[in-house]
Design a protein around this ligand. Sequence first.
Ligand SMILES: [Fe+2]
Ligand SMILES: [Fe+2]
Length: 170
Amino acid sequence: MNKPLFEFFTNDHRRIETWLDKATKHPGKIDEESYHQFRTGLLKHIKMEERILFPAAQRANGDVPIILADQLRTEHGAITALLVLPPTESVIKVLRFLLVNHDWLEEKPGGMYDICENLTQQETDQILQQLNLATEVPVLPYNPADYALDSAKRALIRAGFDFDEIVITT
Ligand SMILES: [Fe+2]
Ligand SMILES: [Fe+2]
């Protein structure tokens, strides 16, 4: 089956990963330009899912919420909170861990992208058009304050992840 939405979003996952790989290529030294591309790319990606893809799927589902969307939105909150922090080794580790899990929930057979693709088959072209018009999300400078880290840790807990445990065990 032709899966244009699946392809659009999974290609974007790979593009975003490439920026993160570039940003962290030299251990102990972040390439700020590549990390900026990673941050803006990921925030735009989340925006496209939350504002365009997920709502279109829910509408096509007779306005019945898609169960998986709730978990994915909570994870988006955790990812966004991590992107506020300076990219320390720990933050990068946790981001990578979260992204692997998150992207799989969306990409796996029968996952969120398949669900959305199936529900919105009648309007794929309109959705692609909206996606192509989506604009970037402005990013703020990093917030190095302790409260920002605490708030990211709480957002992770809500999504079922433990920041400190991931840092120690991965
Ligand atoms: Fe997502
Ligand atoms: Fe995604």
